[in-house]
Design a protein. Structure first.
Length: 175
């Protein structure tokens, strides 16, 4: 689990001294930009914690692949069912959209089994599910991501997703 770190942390040595850092995440590494330099043991300890995220984030996608089987998936499935139950207990109706990993699109998309597993799960628990993989399947990652360092959907990808979701939700609401 990645812990969300504060953007500003007070230094125990002096009320005026603060450690500022920003995390930049690309697919394979984390860069922490700091100011002032870590000049206290507490700062060095914090830096080691931040640096440790590099190993986790570097293995993030393999972690995702592993998370859809075994005890970890069973635990997550229980949480998702509990979330569905909570929504329903408050009078709501859960509907789910799955976004593909846009940076990995292509003929050998390695997360297809994740989409299949999620679709099976949502059908089993009676939750409407839209998988956006078919919307993006024929497109190269460069066409739908922000850039090669940022795999988030770009404006074009968001337009495609919005159109698909709008059509899907319109159909759901017409039931």
């Amino acid at each position: 689990m990645v812990e969300v770190l504060p953007s500003r942390q007070a230094c125990p040595c002096d009320d005026a001294c603060h450690v500022h850092f920003t995390l930049y995440r690309s697919t394979k590494r984390v860069t922490a930009v700091t100011s002032p330099l870590f000049h206290h043991p507490q700062h060095r300890s914090l830096w080691r914690q931040i640096s440790g995220l590099t190993l986790f984030l570097g293995n993030y996608y393999s972690y995702v692949r592993e998370a859809y089987s075994g005890p970890l998936w069973e635990q997550q499935a229980e949480r998702l069912e509990a979330f569905r139950d909570l929504v329903q207990a408050h009078g709501g109706h859960l509907a789910v959209v799955t976004f593909p990993f846009l940076h990995a699109l292509g003929l050998n998309y390695e997360y297809r089994f994740v989409h299949d597993e999620l679709d099976r799960f949502w059908r089993q628990v009676g939750v409407p599910h839209l998988d956006l993989l078919p919307v993006f399947e024929g497109l190269p990652p460069s066409r739908v991501t922000v850039n090669r360092f940022d795999a988030h959907p770009n404006e074009y990808a968001n337009k495609l997703a919005a159109a698909a979701i709008d059509k899907w939700l319109t159909g759901l609401m017409g039931r």
